[in-house]
Design a protein around this ligand. Structure first.
Ligand SMILES: [Fe+2]
Ligand SMILES: [Fe+2]
Length: 441
């Protein structure tokens, strides 16, 4: 009688706590690989929408990675180690996405190989796990499955707008993943990391950011970069300058992307999560500008899209990019509240709302900047309080780029702004004309 047992409920006996933690650890490292590759390629893709898509990709996956890491710690308490074991070859394969030969390959590899493999593995996990035992994991994996499915389609569409056809590297990546039996829930049976994926190219950050050719491309997007006395403006000028400024936060998107890639190993997981949010926020600011300008009726070809701040850090130690992002992007934080109020006074609710949310983001970013610039110095064995030296070097780098402005660059900047202002006058006239027509009986 003592051997008699109550029966086991079918379907609830699978995936014990530690088995789950091992699988989630595999998922965590694969997420890190796709977060880093998405960010690292942002300066090299041309379209603003693609830069925004990759920024969102990095952030969504970073949210999943953060939840995975916390959950692994919960399941393995009190063990907080995250050492890789037999999954090393699989992680190495995902890490190799960084070495895509070009932006189209990267986008297609994400859309057709890497994200589907992750999503299918998450679906398998959801199939095998139990809502009562492991509900906290299931919730964030369900979200990630939806996010990745949507993103796979968006990335495929984006790949059609980048330069260059897909090379055989994507097929080689897929073959290698098939050899490793994909992202499985089973413990991997392979041991060697395998050959390099042929057709790839060792990654190097794009030192000249690719630009969306539909815009009016000019290194200096507004005359005040060249002439400090050029007024910021009020009323319609303020609306316009602020939208152009938001759009041109493209440099902050690219800089956040570059620092995420450059410092994630040195500074660890918490930096990775903050940098992904920082990146996503800057891409939202850029998109705010693009949307307002499009709504007002400006054609992209009339809108100046600059590059001088990113260019100023060309071939510099990435710590200067971190300093640039930390201090240059949030130095106007005080003005943002004032401008949000000014837009409120003008009745421009959209500009007001964008500026208001931007202000809240900048308050977070100021904290990121203070924390990570100091930590980056500390990790390098330098005085964490020596950061003002980095900031003044950044100021010099920008001044040097401005000093190198050629006559055609200056002219393009001045003419671009003048043409945009003239177009704005036309839009204001035609909208006040149509408002008058609507009002008249
Ligand atoms: Fe920003
Ligand atoms: Fe910012």
């Amino acid at each position: 009688m003592s051997e008699a047992l109550l029966p086991v409920e079918p379907g609830r006996q699978r995936l014990l706590r530690l088995d789950s933690a091992v699988i989630l650890k595999r998922f965590l490292y694969l997420e890190r690989a796709v977060i880093v590759a998405a960010a690292a390629w942002i300066p090299a893709v041309r379209r603003l929408e693609t830069k925004a898509l990759l920024s969102r990709s990095a952030w969504e996956d970073a949210e999943t990675a953060k939840a995975l890491r916390n959950r692994i710690f919960e399941l393995r308490y009190p063990d907080r180690t995250l050492e890789l074991g037999s999954e090393r070859p699989l992680v190495a394969l995902f890490d190799a996405a960084l070495d895509a030969p070009g932006p189209t390959d990267l986008l297609v590899a994400f859309a057709e190989v890497l994200l589907p493999a992750q999503r299918t593995a998450y679906e398998d996990y959801l199939e095998l796990s139990d809502d009562i035992a492991d509900g906290p994991t299931r919730r964030f994996l369900e979200v990630s499955v939806k996010e990745k499915a949507l993103r796979e389609r968006a990335l495929r569409d984006a790949s059609e707008h980048e330069l260059g056809a897909t090379s055989e590297w994507v097929a080689n990546l897929k073959d290698r993943l098939d050899e490793l039996l994909g992202v499985s829930l089973e413990p991997p049976s392979y041991t060697d990391t395998g050959p390099r994926i042929t057709g790839g190219r060792p990654f190097g950050l794009a030192q000249e950011a690719a630009r969306d050719p539909r815009y009016f491309l000019t290194p200096f997007y507004w005359p005040d970069a060249l002439d400090p006395d050029y007024p910021y403006g009020e009323g319609m000028l303020l609306q316009l300058r602020s939208a152009v400024s938001h759009l041109n936060e493209v440099w902050a998107v690219e800089t956040a992307a570059a620092v995420l890639h450059a410092f994630q190993r040195e500074l660890g997981w918490d930096f990775l999560f903050d940098a992904a949010r920082w990146l996503y926020d800057e891409s939202r600011h850029m998109t705010m500008g693009a949307r307002r300008l499009a709504f007002w009726g400006f054609e992209p070809g009339q809108i100046p899209l600059g590059s001088y701040i990113y260019q100023a850090c060309r071939d510099q130690d990435p710590i200067y990019r971190l300093a640039m992002l930390s201090f240059f992007e949030s130095k106007n934080i005080g003005k943002k509240k004032v401008r949000a109020a000014a837009f409120g006074g003008l009745g421009d609710r959209t500009s007001q709302r964008d500026m208001d949310f931007d202000w809240a983001d900048e308050a977070i970013h100021a904290g990121y900047g203070r924390r990570w610039l100091r930590t980056a110095l500390e990790v390098r064995g330098q005085d964490p309080e020596s950061w003002p030296g980095l900031v003044s070097r950044c100021e010099s780098l920008v001044s040097e780029r401005v000093a190198r402005a050629t006559e055609p660059e200056r002219r393009a900047c001045m003419e671009g702004a003048a043409a945009l202002l003239a177009r704005a006058e036309e839009i204001v006239l035609s909208s006040s004309g149509s408002a008058a027509r609507t009002a008249s009986p």
